[in-house]
Design a protein around this ligand. Structure first.
Ligand code: ADP
Ligand code: MG
Length: 595
């Protein structure tokens, strides 16, 4: 259907008329919806994810008319996850468009996630007409105030004429420095306000990209000096290095210096997991024994055990590189703190270390320790992953999945054990190809992230696949986005590693026994979910079948069949042992409080 036909159909549904394009409506001027759409387009926004309703239906149509892609989702939180993932993947913020009141409030969990992950995002919410404020307007809520805690910038443009200025500012705040969230509040009265087109500065400042922050050469010198004198140096590659597109220079650094590196969960793939310098399999010992750290776009937060004992050697010397100097010396003091974008810093460091002809000897004591530890840990994982007994364990599942998926796939992953164990076995050899629960440890992000990743693949890498590996509990948070994937023909492969619960669950018989023990809400274990839920049957809503697997062979054939499907999502539901767990750890995964 032509866009004109569609708007003729939709238009009578609304009280106020709206204008599809400023060009069609020059005599009468341009309204807030179209000013907003044209301004976003001008700032290079390509994707909007959202859920429409009063007062933003016309807004979404104006976006499409302006040449912006709009993806309608099933829950505002998932829409917000999708918008921030596209921001991380492209470096340009995605927009999340939602309705007033509850629409925005549902989105706030997503805003917090983006802000904590340092990912660029612009949220735009409709709000009640200004003349209904204070008298109980429909879905009236103090939206700018409510957003402020989760944002770098939150504002309501004071007039339609000023929308372009605030859009530029929102996109700029979201993108530059440490990326984060910007919020724009759009009352219904502002969206429908009409202005003479020639009074609107639609051409308002379309900025040149901000130049990368370059490091102080003296600090590069000090960093090179510290690293080259260390006996046991270690590079930590964080998602800031991934976002900063530092892959080429970092691969060169690792190749030239043979310094071992550890990726953080989403730093995986900046330097390939397959690189011989990747010491993920000896993570505990690498952290514990390193005498010098090169911290590239990663914070010393809970994920890196605050950089402190007992997980790190006391007195470890740190070179910290970050785009955000506020981050320096958090938790432990960095000896060399460099305010710089990762890419130019590593470029300069490469030069300095080459001048020093620095390279670690692969037969050094340090490499020997790391190699021994890698061997020991790999032996355990191999034994587990070769154990094909049914019900399967996690390791056997991931080994089979890894063997059968394309090696350049984007892997989305969430769940407790599913995400943690999967991290070691599902490999990434490309940057920004891993999306997971992140710094905020958020469950429910997977399907939204996968929608965004699949949209990006379709536009920029059509051969690439998105594999969304979900725990059964994690899938439950946003599982209905399967309909979004179906509607937009996104061939996401959803793999549910189903253990009947959060962390672990129970088999059918045991669950029956437990639940017969008294009041069902008092005796059902809070971590339990129903046993052997047939999540794959959700595909039957669309008249096609999903896959249920109990064995390695069934997983192999299901993954192959799903890869052959290229115009819709697939669900592979893998029933594993409800008591399957991970390798015993030397330390608790969450560093204990010292209070
Ligand atoms: P991880 O979870 O991988 O450890 P974090 O989210 O903790 O990563 O840290 C990412 C860090 O990277 C943040 O402190 C952020 O300020 C920084 N950062 C983001 N982009 C860049 C960039 N282009 N150059 C340098 N640092 C960056
Ligand atoms: Mg589970």
């Amino acid at each position: 259907m032509l866009f004109g036909q569609l708007t003729r159909l939709v238009q009578p549904l609304f009280r106020r008329s709206f204008h599809i394009s400023p060009k069609l409506n020059q005599a009468m001027g341009i309204d807030g919806n179209n000013i907003l759409a044209e301004s976003l387009k001008k700032q290079g926004i390509e994707y909007v994810f959202g859920i429409v309703g009063i007062p933003v239906i016309e807004t979404s149509l104006a976006f499409q008319a302006a040449g912006i892609k709009y993806v309608g989702m099933r829950n505002e939180q998932a829409a917000c996850y999708a918008a921030q993932a596209i921001g991380y993947l492209t470096g340009k913020p995605g927009v999340c468009l939602v309705v007033s009141g509850p629409g925005l409030l549902h989105c706030i969990g997503g805003m917090a996630n983006a802000q904590v992950n340092c990912w660029p995002l612009v949220v735009i919410a409709g709000s009640c007409p200004e003349d209904h404020e204070g008298i109980g307007g429909f879905q009236e809520y103090p939206q700018v105030e409510a957003s402020r805690m989760y944002c770098k910038y939150a504002a309501r443009p004071p007039s339609a004429r000023l929308i372009p200025l605030h859009v530029e500012k929102a996109v700029r705040y979201a993108s530059v420095g440490r990326p984060g969230v910007a919020y724009l509040d759009m009352p219904a009265t502002l969206l429908t306000a009409e202005v003479d087109e020639d009074k609107v500065p639609l051409d308002y400042y379309s900025p040149e990209p901000v130049r990368l922050a370059h490091p102080d050469p003296l600090l590069v010198e000090q960093a090179a000096d510290l690293l080259s004198k260390a006996e046991r140096p270690l590079i930590i590659v964080g998602k800031g290095a991934a976002y900063g597109k530092a892959e080429k220079v970092l691969c060169k650094l690792v190749e030239n210096t043979k310094i071992p590196f550890l990726p953080t969960p989403m730093g995986k793939g900046v330097v390939p997991d397959a690189s011989p310098a990747c010491v993920s399999a000896a993570r505990t010992q690498a952290l514990l024994r390193a005498d010098a750290l090169l911290l590239l776009g990663a914070r010393l937060n809970w994920m890196l055990h605050f950089g402190q004992a007992p997980r790190f050697a006391p007195g470890v010397r740190v070179v910290q590189v970050d785009i955000s100097p506020e981050e320096f010396h958090n938790s432990i003091k960095s000896e060399v703190a460099v305010h710089s974008d990762i890419k130019p810093f590593v470029e300069a460091l490469n030069e300095k270390l080459a001048q020093k002809k620095f390279s670690l000897d692969s037969s050094s004591k340090w490499w020997q320790i790391l190699n021994e530890n890698q061997k020991k840990n790999t032996a355990f994982v191999e034994a587990q992953s070769n154990d094909k007994s049914v019900p399967l364990n996690y390791y056997a599942v991931f080994k089979t999945v890894q063997a059968n998926i394309p090696k350049d796939s984007i892997i989305v992953s969430e769940g407790a054990n599913t995400m943690d164990i999967g991290r070691g076995l599902l490999l990434n050899n490309k940057p920004r190809h891993r999306l997971d629960a992140g710094t905020f440890g958020t469950m429910g992000v997977g399907p939204g992230f996968a929608v965004a990743a699949a949209m990006w693949c379709r536009d920029y890498a059509p051969e690439k696949r998105v594999i969304c590996v979900e725990g059964d509990s994690a899938f439950g948070f946003s599982g209905m986005e399967i309909e979004t994937m179906f509607r937009y023909k996104l061939p996401v492969i959803i793999i549910i590693v189903n253990n009947n619960g959060i962390y672990s669950g129970f088999d059918k018989e045991t669950m029956k026994d437990i639940q017969s023990g008294g009041d069902v809400a008092q005796c059902t274990p809070p971590t339990a979910l129903s046993s052997e839920v047939r999540y794959e049957k959700m595909m039957e809503m669309f008249g096609v079948s999903g896959h249920i697997c109990r064995t390695v062979e069934e997983i192999e054939s299901a993954v192959k069949a799903a890869i052959a499907v290229t115009d819709r999502p697939s669900i592979i539901n893998i029933l594993i042992s409800p008591q399957a767990s991970r390798k015993p750890q030397t330390f608790n995964w969450l560093t204990e409080s010292k209070l």
